[in-house]
Design a protein around this ligand. Structure first.
Ligand code: FAD
Length: 318
């Protein structure tokens, strides 16, 4: 069976959920071979094996943390050369997309970014994507070289599938560009205790209807009752009510959670572009004609200041 390279996103050996989702998709098209780089790379092996990795290629070197992405591309290319895979799958984070794009250029392959599903096809893997600000859903495949595909978080379930997960050291030679751009400092963002927006299974977003930074507390309370991340429309962000890092949409982040709750958001095309692939969409809006109601699974016509706190209380009571 053809091998499929899976780039592992992890923090000191703790594998992030989008990588486990990639393993589910990789198993649809071949045998997953994971590539884990940096401090704690070898510690990822057990959990990767539990989720279907037949092999885990690991490498650790100071270059992976001291410099930007090129050393990681060098390592992924070394894995590509060693394995000759049928496809390369990378999580669709900002870093993942840069790594995937650089690899695709180097190996002369086509790339598909932000896939939300993946299946086997007669002429190679077929990826589902949202196109033109999520107005269309397309199915595409790479027609040149080995497909390099980035996949959005929450695109597949995490499935247990025990496999060998044999750890092998990956020999990496860094090219001249690897040390071209050095990281001089890192400032970790203050933790809110909530899940990362693009990875969260549930996102609760507020828009202009929230009517002030001070009122975002009710959106946060609903999010916390569900263990969700908080998002915001650009109108709310532009008004200074919530940070830009939480903006959902064309010029913000793209999310694809199991559940997206939009409160006081009209549903402009640029907002939809960032959330339309959510599995279940709920909107709370006092205007029954708001365009957001065209794409919801469940809609509540009402004042969010009455509906959202009631919903929070109801959820907390369960
Ligand atoms: P509005 O459109 O003003 O809607 C507010 C809604 O709240 C209304 O439907 C109203 O009925 C409802 N409401 C008011 N009070 C209440 C209440 N008490 N209870 C319940 N409902 C209430 N937008 C994004 O979100 N993300 C982007 O990334 C983005 N990128 C853009 C890029 C470009 C190039 C451009 C031109 C625009 C972009 N926009 C983006 C802006 C987008 O066009 C909309 O202006 C924006 O999404 C509107 O935000 P909103 O829905 O919060 O506000």
């Amino acid at each position: 069976m053809a091998e499929v390279l899976v780039y592992v996103d992890h923090a000191d050996g703790a594998v992030r959920k989008p990588t486990l989702e990639l393993l589910t998709l990789a198993r649809r098209i071949g045998e997953p071979v994971a590539v884990a780089l940096g401090a704690g790379a070898a510690d990822t092996a057990a959990v990767l094996a539990e989720h279907g990795a037949v092999k885990v290629l690991t490498a650790d070197a100071p270059e992976f943390t001291e410099y930007l992405v090129v050393p990681k591309v060098d390592a992924l290319q070394a894995a590509y050369d060693a394995v000759s895979p049928a496809a390369v799958l990378v999580p669709s984070s900002a870093e993942g997309k840069e790594i995937a794009a650089r690899l695709a250029v180097r190996i002369g392959s086509g790339i598909i970014t932000d896939a939300v599903d993946l299946e086997a096809g007669d002429e190679g893997p077929v990826a589902t994507q949202a196109a033109f600000a999520a107005s269309f859903t397309t199915k595409s495949r790479v027609s040149k070289g080995t497909p390099v595909i980035t996949v959005k978080p929450n695109s597949a379930p995490v499935e247990a599938a025990p496999a060998a997960g044999a750890v092998e050291a990956l020999a990496v030679t860094f090219g001249a560009l690897a040390t071209g751009t050095k990281v001089v400092s890192r400032t970790p963002r203050e933790s809110t205790g909530r899940p990362e927006l693009t990875e969260a299974a549930i996102v609760v977003s507020g828009g202009r209807g929230v009517n002030g930074a001070e009122n975002f507390g009710i959106i946060e309370a609903l999010a916390d009752s569900l263990g969700a991340a908080v998002g915001a429309s650009r109108a709310a962000v532009d008004a200074g009510w919530y940070p830009h890092s939480n903006q959902v949409g064309q010029t913000g982040k793209s999310v694809s959670p199991q559940l997206y709750i939009a409160s006081g958001i009209s549903g402009a095309i640029q907002h939809r572009a960032g959330m339309q692939t959510s599995k279940t969409i709920v909107a709370i809006n006092k205007d029954a004609e708001a365009p957001i109601f065209d794409l919801v699974d469940y809609g509540v016509v009402g004042d969010l200041f009455a509906v959202v706190p009631q919903l929070t209380e109801e959820i907390k009571a369960r």
